[in-house]
Design a protein around this ligand. Sequence first.
Ligand SMILES: [Zn+2]
Length: 150
Amino acid sequence: MSRIRNFLNELDDYELAYFAKFKLLTYMKVTQSGIKEYLAERNFNESKINKLISENPKSKLNDGKKRCERCYSEKVRINKVEWTNTGGGIGIKDEIATWDAIGGRVTYKDEVICNVCGFWLEDPNQEKPLPTSKKILNGIWEFIIGTLSR
Ligand SMILES: [Zn+2]
């Protein structure tokens, strides 16, 4: 709990509001109740959270920093990932990457996730939790590609 507390201490009120609305529920029940205590300590309640989100002054910022599209925090995490999702693409760029993958060359892409609200800004491998139907669709693509490259 102390690790998450340290993280929450670094958030401003607006960031904390987004965190409470979008990310709180992704934690385990025990951690959630700890976070709720913390929110109470900072005098957060549902109406305050909604008010902060609707007011968010950062949505008007234009400072060229990489910001989350949902909460406008600049606390985003960028991971360089090996691009594995070469199957579902349609564009020319994607086709090149597909050929690179077949030729054994690895394409790296940025995976960008907001640390505050959990929003995926860039998801090259489509790893973010998806509704099941889309996962199945990805599976179908992999099946087709697998058949073609045999
Ligand atoms: Zn965010």
